[in-house]
Design a protein around this ligand. Structure first.
Ligand SMILES: *Cc1c(COP(=O)(O)O)cnc(C)c1O
Length: 463
């Protein structure tokens, strides 16, 4: 697979051969708790329920396709992350994974901070009442207008991504007579992905400032020289869907080295480091993600050890999980439309959504699982490919999976672990109407992002 597919595809460096799929699970009716939201279970009739509500009722009330998000699971994951890291660290939820005003309120109530990377995300965060000092503003090409709004709002930090941005943010902060807190995003020469990481000497990517060739040290020099900027730390984000902590180990070591250089050259110990996000989740039963407390312990051990050996005070750590918080909390519910068995190959199961509500399979070769959820079945497993209704043969939702052979049009099937990067990357391709996000909790379901309507489409099309 190509390197451009890195942000979330299957195991890095694997050769993904055509027709690769694992054997069917022993019992297709079992919902593996690793990939499903916490309150998901089957009721006495065999239908899936979430937050105590059955899928038949959800489909009837909210239609399909739709994303159903388990609110208590979301909140529990927020708490697990902040408890794991404790009072000497900050957990920033990466809003790009999925952001809505309800989500912002949950984050606020659970004591998390929030990463945004565009004016739209900033507006959503502020509108829902997230205190500006708990917001971090990211991005490799923030516009002057976006920086201006962030500075005016008083965001807790702006993460500087280039030499030009150092000057740009300093200028805007000065004209507002504020001293803006900033971090510098560095690229550490590590690309982490799932079970492996790759050490790269040069960073061929658009984000951050390279540690190599003294560039990051130069960025620190320039930032410290500007009165309108308060440099609070160094930021690094090494990849996505990472299970192996070795990449973080190398990254933390290199960031701490930079902190030591900064102390030696400028006599300042920067008080914070941010190790980014990218922690993996289970999309299929083959994935084995780590628990937040294991990740927290591993990261803080690494940082403490490296700082001790460099003779530095241990900085405050922050992390930025997006996928690991919201990913597992939602599933997409679809209705089966047509079923097309291709003799000797596989059966194509078409659903009423597709690449417009989940682009990750087409974009990154991402792997998903799927289950029949409106009923159980004792029929034999059949090899399927779940596809959408778009005019595009790459419109695949689940590349290889098994569903019961008695699957029929009208059955409801669900794809778990679609909370992250599905609604947030959804499109109107073929003038599809983007599905709603419905939060379910304690027997109540409410729409937090409504389904698009044809009026919405026509409103943008001014004719
Ligand atoms: C995307 C991103 C994250 C979140 O990544 P996940 O894989 O969702 O955890 C965190 N920090 C930065 C800077 C990012 O770009």
């Amino acid at each position: 697979m190509s390197r451009s597919a890195h942000p979330a595809g299957p195991r890095h460096a694997d050769v993904f051969t055509e027709g690769h799929y694992s054997a069917p699970a022993a019992d297709l009716n079992v919902l593996d708790e690793k990939v499903w939201a916490r309150t998901v279970t089957r009721d006495a009739d065999g239908a899936l329920t979430v937050g105590g509500i059955g899928v038949a009722r959800l489909a009837e009330e909210f239609g399909t396709p739709a994303y159903f998000l388990d609110e208590s699971d979301f909140r529990a994951r927020c708490r697990a992350w902040s408890d794991a890291f404790g009072p000497d660290a900050d957990v920033f939820y990466a809003g790009k994974a999925f952001l809505s005003r309800a989500v912002v309120r949950w984050l606020q109530e659970e004591g998390l901070h929030l990463d945004v990377c565009s004016g739209g995300e900033l507006t959503t965060a502020l509108d829902a009442g997230m205190p500006a000092e708990r917001i971090a503003f990211h991005g490799n090409n923030k516009t002057a207008a976006e920086i201006e709004r962030a500075v005016e709002a008083g965001v807790g930090r702006i993460v500087l991504d280039s030499f030009q941005e150092i000057v740009r943010v300093a200028h805007i902060a000065r004209s507002h007579r504020v001293r803006q807190r900033v971090q510098i995003r560095v690229t550490v020469g590590v690309e982490a992905h799932t079970h492996e990481f790759i050490a790269t000497a040069h960073e061929d990517q658009k984000f951050g400032i390279a540690l190599a060739d003294g560039q990051a040290a130069e960025a620190v020099r320039r930032t410290l020289a500007l009165d309108s900027l308060e440099l609070i730390g160094i930021h690094s984000h090494i990849g996505s869907q990472i299970f192996d902590m070795a990449g973080f180990e190398v990254s933390a070591r290199r960031v701490v080295q930079l902190l030591a250089e900064v102390r030696d050259e400028h006599g300042v110990e920067l008080p914070e480091i941010d190790l980014g996000g990218g922690l993996g989740i289970a999309y299929t039963s083959e994935d084995d993600p780590r628990e937040p407390h294991e990740i927290a312990k591993a990261l803080s051990d690494i940082v403490t050890r490296e700082c001790e050996s460099a003779g530095l005070r241990t900085p405050r750590i922050s992390v930025e999980p997006g996928r690991a918080i919201v990913g597992p909390t939602a599933f997409t519910l679809y209705e089966v439309g047509t079923i097309k068995p291709l003799e000797g190959l596989r059966t194509y199961v078409s659903v009423d959504g597709g690449m417009s509500d989940n682009i990750r399979t087409a974009l990154y070769d991402a792997e998903y699982s799927v289950a029949l959820v409106s009923r159980t079945s004792d029929a034999e497993p059949m090899l399927v490919r779940v596809v959408g209704k778009h005019c595009e043969s790459g419109d695949i939702v689940v590349k290889d999976a098994f569903l019961p052979a008695d699957l029929a049009p009208g059955d409801l099937i669900a794809v778990p672990a679609t909370g992250a990067y599905c609604r947030s990357m959804a499109s109107n391709y073929n003038h599809a109407l983007r599905p709603p996000v419905v939060a379910v909790r304690d027997g109540e379901a409410r729409v937090i992002v409504r389904r698009e309507t044809e009026e919405d489409l026509l409103r943008l099309d001014v004719g």
